[in-house]
Design a protein around this ligand. Sequence first.
Ligand code: ATP
Ligand code: MG
Length: 274
Amino acid sequence: MTASPHSDPEPVVRFDNVGMRYGRGPEILRDLSFDLPRGSFQFLTGPSGAGKTSLLKLIYLAAKPSRGLISFFGRDAATLPRGELPDLRRSIGVVFQEFRLLNHLSVFDNVALPLRVTGRKRSDYAEDVAELLAWVGLGDKMTALPPTLSGGEQQRVAIARAVVGQPEILIADEPTGNVDAEMGMRLLRLFVELNKLGTTIVIATHDLQLVRMIDAPVMTLSNGHLHIRPPRSERQRHAEAREADGREALDSVAQAGRPAGNRVSADEGEDGDD
Ligand SMILES: Nc1ncnc2c1ncn2[C@@H]1O[C@H](COP(=O)(O)OP(=O)(O)OP(=O)(O)O)[C@@H](O)[C@H]1O
Ligand SMILES: [Mg+2]
C-alpha cells in the first residue's frame, strides 16, 4: 500500500513514531508512522491548523521532530553528516504556502535560481525556464518583479521554481489555493507529469475536487494523528477480494450442510446497502 506504515524496503522518506511540538507547546503531531515510497504521489488534507504545514516542514527539513525517527533514502536524518544536508535539501522542491519569492529578482530569475545554484549556464536552461513559464500561463511576465503580480501569478512562479529542477521529492503546500479551478487542473497535470518522471510528490490541499482527480492515497491529519486512505483502485481491489472471500466462506458453509436459513440471511447481508 502506498504511503502506508513501512511497505517499502527503502522509501524516499520514512516516519517512525514521529511527534512534533513547537517550543514547550502541546504536541501537534503524534505517533506518525508512514512511508513515502519512491515515485509515489499522495495528498495531505486536514482542517486549518491540523498540522499539514508542520508535517511538510519535517519532510523538507525545516523543522525537527521532538521524538521519533525520520529517515531519507534509508538514513536517519538526525545523524546525517552536516555536509550532506545541502545536497539533500536541494533534492527537495518546495512550493511554500506563502510562496517565498525573491522580490528583487525577475520571474525568470526566481524560477531559474535552483538551476543556477547547481552551476548550470543560463544558455543551458533559458529555453526550459521560458517553456515552463509559458505552460503555467506566465510567458508574458518573465521580466516582471513578483510584487507586481497577483497572488495566483506569484503562486505559479513558486510552482515553476519548485518543479524546474525535477527534484527527487516535491512538497507543495496548498499549491492551487490562489488560482481558478481550470488553472488548478493545469497545475495538477504538471505535478502528474513530474511524478511520471520519478519525483515523489506530496500535495497539501483543502481542494477535494483536486483530490478526486487522482487515484492516490490521501493522508489526513486530525487531532495530531494521521489517517491514510489508500487509493480508490486499491480500496476496490480489497472490496472485491473481501467479497470473493465472503462467497468462498458461504460456499463452505453450504457444503458443510448448515440449515438453508442461515445462508439466506448471509446473502441478504452481502446485498445490503451498508
Ligand atoms: N512557528 C510556530 N510556533 C508555534 N506554533 C505554531 C507554529 N507554526 C504553527 N504552529 C501551530 O501548529 C499548529 C499546526 O499549524 P500548521 O501551520 O501546521 O497547520 P496547517 O494544517 O498547515 O493549517 P492551514 O490549513 O491553516 O495552513 C497550529 O495550532 C499552529 O498554531
Ligand atoms: Mg498550512
